[in-house]
Design a protein around this ligand. Sequence first.
Ligand SMILES: *Cc1c(COP(=O)(O)O)cnc(C)c1O
Length: 396
Amino acid sequence: MIAPEIYNVNEKGYYGQFGGAFIPEMLYPNVEELRVSYLSIMAEPSFKEEFEALLKDYVGRPTPLFLAKRLSEKYNTTIYLKREDLCHTGAHKVNNTIGQILMAKRLGKHKIVAETGAGQHGVATATVCALMGLECIVYMGEIDIQRQAPNVARMKMLGAKVVPATSGSKTLKDATNEAMRHWINNPVDTHYIIGSVVGPHPYPDMVARFQSVISEEIKWQLKEKTGKTNPDYVIACVGGGSNAAGAFYHFLHDEETKLIAAEAAGHGISSGLSAATTFLGKPGVLHGSRSILMQTEDGQVVEPHSISAGLDYPGIGPMHAHLFESKRATFFDVTDDEAIESAMELSLLEGIIPALESSHALAVLPKLGAKPDEVVVINLSGRGDKDLETYQKYIK
Ligand SMILES: *Cc1c(COP(=O)(O)O)cnc(C)c1O
């Protein structure tokens, strides 16, 4: 018999062979402090109460589970959209930053540091820091600062200090390194808010638990609508993997629900311009945990490419590496063009303009082969306002 916790993290911080905490010694006290206390803090009634109240009145949860009738007709199956695009700030990321800012307060920290690539996690972090009146420093690659000016403006308006990362390729990976360095130098008063199910244990598990509200809601909402709690498929895109982790979480051990992950293939998996980690990567250590990542023969991280900034990451979280290896989840590669096509389709069929990231999940539909009597839930992780500049180039 398979142990029930087989897809969850074990006591040592591992999912199968993936996970762990590969960190410089200087970071050990911070990570250890979090590791020994995160579960008991999350279990405190006062923590739960505050978290749930903010999810309800600030984020706007529960987010609707919407029956997409015209999309269902087109694919001859029943399709529901989990509307994370309707969360405050326009995506699922805020579920995690709300949880982590409450964690930081319980740990007695009054400063927050974070890294950001496209700026979405930076905005979600700056938002909750403003809400709680905590100081916020966001590291962002110098090149990303130029590419993502609107999000830089948002963060500044929300009171965050945006610090350019000027080393290496001046993008997300370098911003992460510099945020970690900042944390090492300010261990006592600062909490580091990581934006996905990546990083050293306990971050992947903690972030997955904060995002698991998504699948908790899907269960009762689907029951209300169909009489069954479990769909046949749950589909989500995977950058680091936090929206997918949240959408999969309460189905992990319900094997009748197939878990489907959509990865950004960029120009195609053999094009050299791709971010499809499970197709192109190998086991290795990145940003504090052992997982699957895109790397050269000698272990240098390969620069990823995706049209969608949120999926433009050379790794995936350790939970997803394990779901891939154990075949519990099925991974699809979705190109830039396929994602664009799906974004146009959802806009025209349902009046919903999705984020480019979420469009990758939608683009699995033509390849899925779902039957007429089956139920498919797609996690619509974010809204498309931020991607209009990209979409504009494709509007016919
Ligand atoms: C950041 C982002 C993602 C990718 O991050 P995950 O950790 O894989 O969820 C997906 N969708 C949207 C809208 C995002 O902003």
